[in-house]
Design a protein around this ligand. Structure first.
Ligand code: BMA
Length: 412
């Protein structure tokens, strides 16, 4: 693992490096970090801000605002919210969340699978040029942007769900390493093109992005999942990805979200199995979905898992988040207040996640299944969703403070 300081004379950097090196030495070899016991060692001293010591001012402000706001509020997010909905596609201004709750989501999720193949549209048929416009639109209104990457299998050319082991081949020295760097080059070009007037200066600047690569690593359904890797290949892939985008491509508008899925009896048994180290992660995320009927026991276990993630994040100076959740087709008219809100508000720790994002509302045309995770106008949970919106814990876009306004050091 290589972490080359970019400014050797930065005493703050050297202090962080010293702490990190001490933590890395004490934990990298310890069985707990490798066997990923639910309570891995807590670092000597959390990094004090974003992992990128050269993050843009807007990106640094977003980091500190998310971490600070998490003590009192949870941003509500939705995937592909501006691009399409249950019964519309690419209609200006439309949003199923806005049309059912009365406001846009506070956080917008986008997916860039296909960018690595120079495709004009992503895996869900969203045009990349339009996506850049929608990302800028949400940012201009003050929203927060997060991006995932269901990148195709680099060895077989298959999709993300082709679980032919491939991580070894794209690491330095692997047969597809040069190809992988080209994929990262294309991703970097897209991310670098996400620009808008800075919320701070008004000058054209990169839009801060919470980048969530290699997600659901503790599951076996993606080729990058830890079950398809050996030793610390996943952590090495994560560190290479961060160092290449940051240090080679010069991207300083990214916060990196590490997002395992629920796995094992406690849900978080293997959470740290791919953990690359505190110097490479800004957000500790968690992906878990719900199927009806949701039992009280499921609500309680989900609350316990979120509390664990919050405790880990806060002890490391990171941002905790429920990075993907929801119930397919929301087949529960009280899902929002009686299930999701109950899970998040279940105890004093679980409610301190910074955001919760539900997955996309696939357009029903051409589908035989109902694949949506937020209500649309007239959907059975719409009324309950409005009650959820009224819950002061949860913030939609119309309730957001300026997430890009620098916080004084005293209140970070
Ligand atoms: C999955 C499903 C797929 C989609 C993929 C990437 O959860 O929604 O339909 O292609 O995410 O967005």
């Amino acid at each position: 693992m290589r972490f080359t300081p970019r400014r050797a004379n930065d005493s703050r950097l050297m202090a962080a490096l010293g702490a990190f090196a001490m933590f890395a030495l004490t934990s990298a070899c310890s069985p707990s970090s490798r066997s990923a016991s639910p309570h891995p060692p807590i670092p000597a001293s959390p990094l004090e801000g974003p992992t990128d010591l050269h993050a843009t001012a807007d990106t640094r402000a977003l980091f500190f605002n998310l971490r600070r706001l998490a003590r009192e509020h949870v941003l509500f997010g939705h995937q592909d919210d501006l691009a399409y909905g249950y019964d519309w596609i690419a209609e200006p201004g439309r949003s199923d969340v806005k049309e059912s709750a009365g406001a846009y989501p506070a956080l917008y999720g986008w997916e860039v699978s296909g960018i690595e193949k120079d495709a004009p549209r992503n895996i869900d048929n969203v045009d990349f040029t339009r996506m850049r416009e929608w990302i800028a639109e949400g940012y201009r209104r003050g929203g927060v942007i997060t991006i995932s990457w269901h990148v195709g299998n680099p060895l077989t050319g298959g999709n993300a769900w082709d679980t032919t082991s491939a991580v070894t081949t794209i690491l330095p020295g692997g047969v597809r390493h040069e190809q992988f760097k080209r994929s990262l080059d294309k991703l970097a070009s897209f991310l670098a093109a996400l620009r808008a007037p800075s919320k701070l200066t008004g000058a054209d600047a990169p839009i801060p992005i919470i980048f969530r690569p290699w997600h659901e690593l503790t599951g076996g359904w993606f080729w990058w999942g830890v079950p398809h890797t050996k030793n610390d290949e996943f952590a090495r892939l994560w560190r290479f990805t961060v160092e290449y985008l940051r240090d080679v491509k010069g991207l300083h508008n990214l916060l990196y979200a590490y997002a395992p899925n629920a796995a094992g009896p406690t849900g978080v048994d293997t959470y740290m199995s791919g953990y690359p180290g505190d110097a490479y992660v800004d957000v500790l995320g968690y992906d878990r979905y719900l199927d009806p009927p949701v039992s009280a026991a499921q609500i309680q276990s989900f609350t316990r898992e979120l509390s664990w993630v919050v405790r880990q994040a806060e002890s490391r100076g990171k941002i905790p988040a429920l990075t993907e959740t929801g119930m397919t087709a929301v087949r529960d008219s009280l899902f929002w207040t009686q299930r999701l809100a109950r899970i998040v508000e279940g105890d004093s720790l679980s409610r301190r996640i910074a955001y919760v994002m539900v997955w996309r509302n696939a357009n029903r045309a051409g589908r035989t299944d109902e694949h949506f995770f937020a209500p649309y106008r007239g959907q059975q949970s719409e009324r309950d969703f409005r009650r959820f919106k009224a819950d002061p814990l949860f913030l939609f876009e119309d309730e957001l403070p300026n997430m890009y306004q620098p916080l004084p050091a005293s209140s970070r």
